[in-house]
Structure formats: C-alpha cells, structure tokens
Design a protein around this ligand. Sequence first.
Ligand SMILES: [Zn+2]
Length: 114
Amino acid sequence: MTAEEVNYIISHYSDLLNLNEKRALKHHRSSLKLQDMPDGEIRRQLYLRNNWLTDDPEILNYLSEGYVQFIITTAENVLKNHPGKMFFNRCKICGKLARTPLANQCRFCGHDWH
Ligand SMILES: [Zn+2]
C-alpha cells in the first residue's frame, strides 16, 4: 500500500477503524495537541479523564512502533475487514488517487469527471 493510500483511508474512512484503533488514533492526536500547550501536566490529567488520552497499555501498544507504522497497519486492517465499504477514487486517465472519495477532478493530471 502506498503512503497516499494509507493517508486516504485514515482521513476518509476513520469510521471503519475498530474501537481500539480509534482510541489509539485519538490518543496520538491529543498527544500532539498537548505538546504545544502550557500547563502540560494539568491538561494531561484532563485529557485522560475525558478519554482523549489513554494510559491503557493495550491501546498504547498500537503506537509502540510509531505513528507511521500504526496507520499503515490500521489502513491494511480497514481494507481487509471492510473491502466492500472502501472506495479508492482513482483517475481514469492517470490512475492516481483523488484527494477524497467524492472528488471529481484529478490533482495530478487535471482530468475532470464532473
Ligand atoms: Zn489523473
């Protein structure tokens, strides 16, 4: 799977992630947000209480090999578990992946299928 396909799945089909994958993704995104904020420890506790962060080792294990490996594995799972719900919106001319499942124009060659 290409990096583009991985990002496409994570961006547009995140509802197909299983519950643990969703929690790991939310944890990662919340961690990034927290990095730039003052009062880190107070906010971290708040985030933990709201389940935006987790200290559950099972969830953290999803991210143990880094975020990139996590989204690759997760995208592969989505493709494997929901083949019928996934739509790769590819350009009929150049075959590359459009920006979104509903896009009507290729960002690479400019082909338009409105
Ligand atoms: Zn194209």
